[in-house]
Every structure is written in structure tokens, then in C-alpha cells.
Design a protein around this ligand. Sequence first.
Ligand code: FES
Ligand SMILES: [Fe+2]
Length: 346
Amino acid sequence: MKKMVDNCGDLKNYWYAAALAKELKKKPIGRTVLEVLVVLWRTADGRAHAMRDRCPHRNALLSEGNVVNDNLMCPYHGWTFNTEGKCVKVPSEGDNANLRERHIDHYAVIEQDGLIWIWLGDLSLHETRQPFKMPFYSGDGWNSYYMKTRFQNNVTNLVENFMDVPHTVWVHKGWFRDKESLKVNAIVSRDEGAVTVKYDGDDQIGVTDLLMNPKRLPMVHHDRFFMPNNTSCDYIYGDYVTGFVITSTCTPMGPFETEVYTLISYKFGWLNHIGRWILPWYTRQVINQDVEIMANQGRSLQDMPADFKSTPADTLHLFIESLRQSAENSEHEKPRSVTKDIEFWI
Ligand code: FES
Ligand SMILES: [Fe+2]
């Protein structure tokens, strides 16, 4: 049975977030990445490990087993595996157990910026790329927290949604942006591995605007996409006097199921403590509105393949799609760099 990991070309050769670091304790947990079931656990030294969540004996899920002396023990008949996936014990065969040819594929893991990242691609390439660097603004007046959200749609449509301005006045009306008939000018550029949208002029973004910009400082708004599955939306006021940054990394679980890890970073100056109270609730409401509209689109796309008619505001989607498709087709020649001025109304 072919899985996404077998059909996604070079897209498999990236690090994908598999869990929040705080979710992973000694007890094993099961995750799905690119349709592969993986089990993750920590050894006593605190290091994270991952391997395929499937016992070679009768294929039980190891994620429902236990960790014994840093090794993973299957819940069904007690076969036990070390961190390299090597079988070290078959209880029913006693001391003369045949341990050969009973190993499990294990995967490279990195813990970085509060996330556990896993590499399911070509193991010989895993040192050529690093996990996406989340702007973990923990110092210098910045506070941050993670949100984890399950979406019923694919990565391309999700990263488009996270950077899409026109939907905000519909899906988030009254929550995020509610101006209508406002002309927006932006410059969209595609470089190797990234798409950037730089907005011109002033903007207001709901409750956060009151917290961030009581003095009406000039604001710079950038939205960025980084291959293959990361977005960052930055609202920076008065040269970093205050700011609000939403960074997301999307982990494809299946063709229409994606786990998104969102880091909300904010710097509100002396109002930071109010942000700590209000923001987790507020950002959860806004993301849930996107969960709903993404599930709506996902249902339609599962019925029939995409047949999109685009406007200038959708330029970023076309650029993102071209980069992801080129990686999916493992093309050597990458899409060329291009910059476009766009205007649209919200
Ligand atoms: S299925 Fe794992 S030990 Fe039997
Ligand atoms: Fe949205």
C-alpha cells in the first residue's frame, strides 16, 4: 500500500514537527506523519527517539507498549527493541531467541524550539537540512506559546489560508479585521524556497491592535511562506517597539488531515500580562474559525479535485503551489524568482 511518504518526492526530505516537546515524556506516544505511524519516546537521559509504530511480530502498535530500561516493549507478547530499532528480547524464545531480521525502521529526531522534529526521508540527507527555525521570542520583551490544531485539509491550502488576507473580513468578521471596501496594495515575491508578501500602508487586526498599538505607531506587515510547510505572519510596530508574530508549521498526516503547530509570539510592553490572559483564548477562537472553513473546502476537494479560478489576491497561492509541486515532482530546476505588485479590496 503506497503512502504519502512514497508519493511526495522531495517533500519527504524535510523535518516535520511530530509533537510538542512537553507532550513527550517517558511513556511512548503514537503519531502519524505522511501517513506513516510512528512511535516516539524519551530515554532516561531525556533524549527523544522515534521508530515505526509496528511490531514485526504480529504488527501491534508499539505506542501502546511500555519503556523498560530505555527500550520499547510491545504490549502484545513483550518483544523489546532498543533505540536503534534492534530487537533485544523475544520472551517466548527464552535466552536462545533469534533476534536477527526482527528490527524496526528508526528515524532521526531533533528537539528544537519546543518541538520534536522527525525525518522520514532519505537518511543520508538528514544532515543537509535543519528543522524550520521558529522565532522563539522568549527574551527581549517577547512572550510566546504554542497551539496545536487538527485541520481537515492539505498543507498547500492551509498555508494559503494562514497568509490569505481577503478571507479575514468574512471568516473572522469582527474578530480579526472588519474593514470593508479597503484597497490593499502588496508586493508578492517568490525566491528559492520562500514566498513573501509585503503589505503597503496601515492595517488593524482586532483586539491585538488595541494592545499593541495604543500610540498608533507605523506598522509593517509581512506574510512569509518557507518551504515546504511553514508560514510566518509578522505585525511589527514602530521598529519592534511592539509586535505580534504568528508562526505555523504544518505536519501532513494524510491527504486531507494536517496537524498544525502554531507559535504565537507577542511583545506588548507593559501590557504583556494582559496578552497572557486574553491571547490564548482569542487566538483559539480565530483558529477554530479557520478549522471550520478549511474543513468545508476539504470536503469539497475530496469529492472532486481542485479547479480553482484565481484573482490577483491569490498570487501567493500560485507561487506556493509552484514551489511545493516542483519539490513533489523532485524537479532539479526550481521555479525562477519573480516579483509581482498586486492590489485587492477587503
Ligand atoms: S505483536 Fe508485538 S510481541 Fe507480538
Ligand atoms: Fe484565518
